[in-house]
Design a protein around this ligand. Structure first.
Ligand code: OGA
Ligand code: MN
Length: 221
């Protein structure tokens, strides 16, 4: 019996995308994939996030658990965590899980869980240079960002700038264009979001290792 037949086809990822992400991560720790999703899935996510009213968004914070705090100097965006309770968010979570399995199979990363949120940057919003995980803590291993902005132009700003190292001051600029999926090793790449001139939507997410130990149940936010 061929169990492959029972699996939904790539769960919304375009064929070959997982493989090229895995290759890029192995070679340089970073991958930028334009048009990574089946258009219907990307459009459903875009429709959902643009229909969310203010009450669904929370001002984003920095740090985890006890360290979590609001810091309007570092970031001014608002977020809404994905919980899989609507069709688009369930599709997103299925897609992220497919990618997790594909990366584990190809890179032996042992990725265990995934957490993600919609992010909304209103005009003027930004997220200053930061890293998503700190060395030694091994909490977040691979960061992902999917962009949901059709017709984004250079005048709209809001680029993601990814730096190769702590010393890199130039960085690689990524346009937050509809359907572009960025993946990078969370500890390795400082990055920032430049101020956007119009409302900018993304889904930021992180694959994590299993941190469960005797008395701590993973994963808390
Ligand atoms: C983040 C982040 C980048 C983006 O939320 O940690 O870096 O382009 N987001 O939205
Ligand atoms: Mn980040």
């Amino acid at each position: 019996m061929n169990l492959e037949l029972n699996r939904p086809a790539r769960a919304g990822l375009v064929a070959g995308v997982s493989e090229s992400i895995a290759e890029d991560l192995a070679q340089r720790g970073l991958s930028v994939q334009p048009n990574a999703l089946e258009p219907e899935v990307a459009h459903a996510l875009r429709s959902e996030v643009t229909a969310l009213d203010d009450g669904w968004f929370r001002q984003a914070g920095v740090g985890r658990l006890k360290d979590h705090h609001l810091n309007r100097f570092n970031r001014t965006d608002s977020v809404c965590w994905m919980d899989g309770r609507t069709d688009p968010s369930a599709q997103w979570i299925a897609l992220a899980d497919q990618l997790r399995l594909d990366l584990n199979r190809q890179l032996f990363l042992g990725l265990f869980s995934y957490e993600s949120h919609y992010a909304r940057y209103l005009p003027g919003d930004f997220y200053k240079r930061h890293v998503d995980a700190f060395r030694g803590q091994a909490n977040r291993v691979v960061s992902t960002v999917l962009y949901l902005n059709p017709g984004w132009t250079p005048e709209d700003g809001g680029e993601l700038v990814i730096y190769e190292s702590a010393a890199d001051q130039t960085g690689l600029r990524v346009t937050p264009a509809f359907g572009t999926l960025v993946c990078f090793l969370s500890e390795e790449f400082p990055h920032e979001v430049l101020p956007a001139q119009r409302t900018r939507y993304s889904i930021a997410g992180w694959y994590r290792l299993n941190q469960t130990s005797m008395d701590v149940l993973d994963p808390p936010r």
